[in-house]
Design a protein around this ligand. Structure first.
Ligand code: GDP
Length: 490
């Protein structure tokens, strides 16, 4: 595998090679300083340019964060004339709004943060109660939490707007409320970049020049839209300096490790589980099984797909009767403590796959006396994004996947995408059962550790063909393994 050499060396210090800022409080966020002990792979170090961008970002965030005079000024302007921007201020913001499940949210946070880096904005997050104790403050000496008064200042319940087209950027353009010399730039703009991609115009260079004048952008997205930002000519150079050459595969990997740190409550679950069940193994295989309504198949079929994938990609330890060879003689005493131990970690809403895989290794010996433990921290049965405790458990499992040596993930699942990016692993991606038909190919090895943008904008149409250098794009962005309408870096 491409990154083995680097992974084994463990060259990385607790600040991940300067990725994380020094001198933050250890006790309030233990994960920031401890996670380097748990990650297995460090395939990419941040480029010097990315590091300089991050340090500059942190300084800007400190100047502009809630509680500073510049923040107060930006809010005053918004309050005094919410429909028109008075003047461009030193501090311009992008406000992240929650949308969809945790994996989706983490991907849109990372995307919003990269946008802030590219456009010299400040990222603030509007976290609802269900997310209040998930993530640590990522930036030194300042908060990233949007003060709740903000809703009152703009006179909107931002948690309820949804893909609301009438105040979205595209509607403003359509009604000439922006991009019209006689109308002043609006004080804020709502960007609806979710799976419906209401504001595909966002990805056009001309529109980015308009948006640069707007002090407040409200980001509503459940997507990893970074690959589509790359295609915007205005961002392309800057992006390449941050992630030169093959490093573009590390965009989400590095930005997620930089930005998202579980709070102590979540970290307690992660470390208790890891230390108890996973730490003693030589190799940890994470398996994330997501059953979407559109592609549900019976448990047996899914289980067979997992096994077929494992055989194809050589993931699970083989059992002695996988084929009819005479392996019995070579199977040594399995209670030999010197034999290899493999842990299979299952993340799923359901207990079924865990039961079957565990039974397999109970009923059959693994070749070579390998000891196989099978573990699943929870089976929550159904998604409950409104519940903090449910989300904490989901986040803990995403991190446990991030601490695996190898991964099998479910296609089109952002939960799995984040796990792979954190781990720095190219997973074997189980293909979705479109139309409830078991796919002929059980899985594909991912071309990169990057998430798929499941709903890319149709830039050609939206931007009147202007934005893309097709040849360059073809060298960097590919159709996703698991979804032919999605795109990803490779
Ligand atoms: P996606 O729907 O697969 O793209 O992933 P999301 O994370 O956006 O939404 C799925 C949500 O369902 C998660 O955030 C969890 O709330 C829940 N969920 C799905 N799979 C699991 C799992 O394996 N473990 C836990 N604890 N929760 C899960």
């Amino acid at each position: 595998c491409h990154h083995d050499g680097v992974s084994k060396k463990k060259v990385v210090d607790e600040l991940l090679g300067g990725l994380l800022p020094p001198n933050m409080d250890r006790r309030t966020c233990r994960s920031r300083y401890e996670s380097s002990q748990y990650y297995k792979h460090f395939p990419y170090a941040a480029s010097p340019y990315l590091l300089s961008k991050l340090r500059a970002y942190e300084a800007r965030h400190r100047r502009c964060a809630p509680g500073t005079p510049l923040y107060a000024k930006a809010i005053d302007q918004l309050r005094s004339n919410p429909n028109r921007s008075v003047e461009s201020t030193e501090c311009r913001y992008i406000v992240w709004l929650p949308f969809d499940g945790l994996g989706n949210r983490m991907l849109s946070m990372v995307s919003g943060f990269l946008y802030a880096l590219l456009t010299d904005r400040v990222l603030l997050v509007d976290l609802p109660q269900d997310s209040s104790d998930l993530f640590c403050e990522p930036f030194p000496g300042a908060t990233w939490l949007l003060p709740p008064e903000f809703h009152g200042v703009v006179g909107l319940d931002l948690f309820r707007l949804g893909p609301s087209p009438d105040i979205s950027y595209t509607s403003l353009v359509a009604s000439n409320r922006i991009k019209n010399a006689t109308v002043a730039t609006p004080a804020y703009v709502y960007l609806s970049l979710g799976y419906q991609m209401t504001d595909g115009l966002f990805f056009c260079g001309d529109d980015q020049r308009e948006l640069a004048k707007v002090n407040w952008l409200l980001l509503y997205s459940d997507l990893y839209f970074v690959p589509s930002m790359y295609a915007v000519a205005e961002f392309n150079d800057e992006f390449r300096r941050m992630f030169p050459g093959e490093f573009k595969e590390s965009a989400c990997h590095l930005l997620a490790r930089y930005l998202l740190h579980p709070t102590n409550a979540v970290w307690g679950m992660v470390t208790r589980y890891y230390d108890t069940y996973l730490a003693g193994s030589d190799r940890r295989i994470g398996v994330q099984i997501r059953m979407f309504g559109f592609g549900s198949i019976p448990v047996n079929d899914m289980y067979n797909q997992i096994l077929a994938c494992s055989r194809q990609e050589h993931v699970f330890p083989e059992t002695t009767d996988d084929d009819d060879d005479q392996d019995v003689a070579t199977t040594p005493n399995s209670n030999n403590n010197n034999s290899t131990a493999v842990a299979i970690l299952i993340a799923s809403l359901y207990p079924d796959y865990y039961e079957r895989i565990r039974a397999t290794y109970y009923e059959h010996a693994a070749k070579g006396g390998v000891r196989v433990g099978v573990f699943q921290p929870t089976h929550e049965e159904r998604q409950a994004t409104q519940m903090l405790f449910h989300n904490q458990k989901a986040l803990a499992e995403i991190y446990l996947l991030g601490f695996c040596d190898e991964l099998v993930t479910s296609g089109m699942s952002t939960f799995g995408y984040v796990g792979s990016s954190l781990a720095g692993v190219r997973p074997a991606i189980l293909l979705p059962a479109h139309g409830h038909k078991v796919p002929a190919t059980p899985c594909r090895r991912a071309v990169s550790m990057e998430p798929c943008n499941l709903t890319p904008p149709r830039v050609e149409m939206e931007c009147r063909g202007k934005a893309v250098d097709k040849e360059d794009l073809a060298r960097h962005v590919k159709v996703c393994e698991d979804y032919d309408k999605g795109v990803k870096f490779f």
